[in-house]
Ligand binder design. Structure first.
Ligand SMILES: *Cc1c(COP(=O)(O)O)cnc(C)c1O
Length: 383
């Protein structure tokens, strides 16, 4: 999201860009110096803010960026980021000139696409990465014959230049590695085939966060570092098998807008599903499901931090607000930490993901644009 200096609400996500830099430096230590780090900043930097994340990652040595959509790449260009960017999804062939003009690399895996794109070619050469489907079943060329024919077509097409080739793993974050090894072996055979045909591109990559951390020897000369750049584990059960401790960057905060003492028998929020059993202190927090703070947090006994204590969410979460039960009276404007630390207590993204029965990826992604992202002063895009 675009950085906005004007915010009139006391609910915000604070992004620790130092931790992003730390995670990038740690992954770089694990790889040879000639292995490039592509910082994956799609979906607005997994909800952390794409431009700020990209700047922090570049400072720590990332030299390439990955996004899902052409508009996400253009957003980085508008923020003044000049390093190479690869669009990981499929872009329409008629939009290829926009990419070429802005030095944005496109993922291509259809011969027909090359033909179509050359109809729109504007003279500037388009750099492409050939995607190979080795078992993810999502995007990519599958058969040797298709790959050879695609490479011929690309070589004969004056409007494109093959800069890279890659594949994506479906199970690099699982303890059981058989399927991962099959995909890796298949990709290695394709790399050999491409070499044999004399068409090897400059960049060969396959490692997402899980593969880059667990199998650094299987990563060719670039890694695509996404979730763990943000300090999040790709899957909870592999956390103890990771080579370094990740540092989470995403925290979420608000401030109490009302504090009241209620007598026993007082119902709270829609449906009157919560009723106080004694004299209780109830605080109102201005965040709700329209901010991506889902009703499921309450349904799954979610807690937040107030005054250094874990306190329960009570009653249903509304669109813009929710209530919590406080341990004692605290002033209006007291900070509420929904994700992050207060004194000795921490509620991590990982805890919140397991509360919601989901993966870490979803948690910062679904915190909506209505929640401003704030950064340390020297890491603001445009600063
Ligand atoms: C999102 C994505 C990545 C990054 O994966 P993480 O698990 O977040 O590290 C890498 N490659 C592709 C093709 C992706 O779509």
């Amino acid at each position: 999201m675009a950085f906005s200096s004007e915010s009139y609400r006391d609910t915000w996500a604070e992004i620790n860009t130092e931790n992003i830099k730390y995670n990038v430096r740690e992954i770089r230590k694990l790889h040879a110096v000639d292995v490039a780090v592509m910082a994956v900043v799609k979906a607005d930097g997994y909800g952390h803010g794409a431009a700020a994340t990209a700047l922090a990652a570049a400072e720590a040595g990332a030299s390439y960026f990955g996004v899902a959509l052409l508009e996400e790449a253009l957003e980085l260009r508008e923020a003044g980021i000049e390093l190479p960017i690869l669009v990981l999804g499929r872009t329409r062939p008629q939009d290829a000139p926009v990419a070429a003009r802005n030095g944005i690399r496109l993922t291509v895996f259809q011969e027909e696409w090359l033909k179509e794109a050359s109809k729109y070619a504007s003279g500037e050469s388009l750099l492409i990465h050939m995607k190979v489907d080795t078992g993810m079943g999502r995007l990519g060329l599958r058969e040797d014959s298709e790959i050879a024919s695609f490479l011929d077509a690309a070589a004969q097409n004056p409007s494109v230049e093959l800069e890279g080739m890659y594949t994506h793993f479906a199970t690099a974050d699982e303890l059981e590695t058989t399927y991962f090894e099959q995909q890796y072996a298949r990709f290695s055979r394709v790399v050999d085939l491409v070499q044999h045909l004399g068409r090897s591109p400059r960049l060969i990559h396959c490692g997402n966060s899980a593969a880059a951390m667990r199998f650094p020897e299987h990563c060719f000369n670039m890694i695509r570092f996404g979730i763990s750049m943000y300090g999040l584990t790709p899957a909870e059960n592999i956390t103890e098998h990771l080579p370094f401790t990740l540092k989470e960057a995403f925290t979420l905060h608000s401030r109490l807008t009302q504090v009241k003492e209620v007598p026993p028998g007082t119902s709270i929020s829609y449906g009157a599903t919560y009723t106080s059993v004694e004299n209780e202190w109830i605080g109102t927090v201005p965040i709700g499901y329209a901010d991506g703070w889902l009703r499921a947090h309450a349904e799954n006994q979610g807690e937040v931090l107030v005054d250094g204590y874990r306190v329960p969410i009570v009653g249903r979460i509304c669109m813009d607000q929710m209530m919590v039960r406080l341990p004692h009276e605290v002033p209006v404007d007291t900070e509420v930490t929904l994700i992050g630390s207060q004194r000795e207590e921490t509620i991590s993204v990982t805890e919140v993901a397991s509360r919601l029965g989901t993966i870490t990826y979803e948690v910062p992604c679904i915190i909506s644009k209505r929640v401003p992202r704030v950064y340390p002063p020297d890491n603001r895009p445009g600063a």
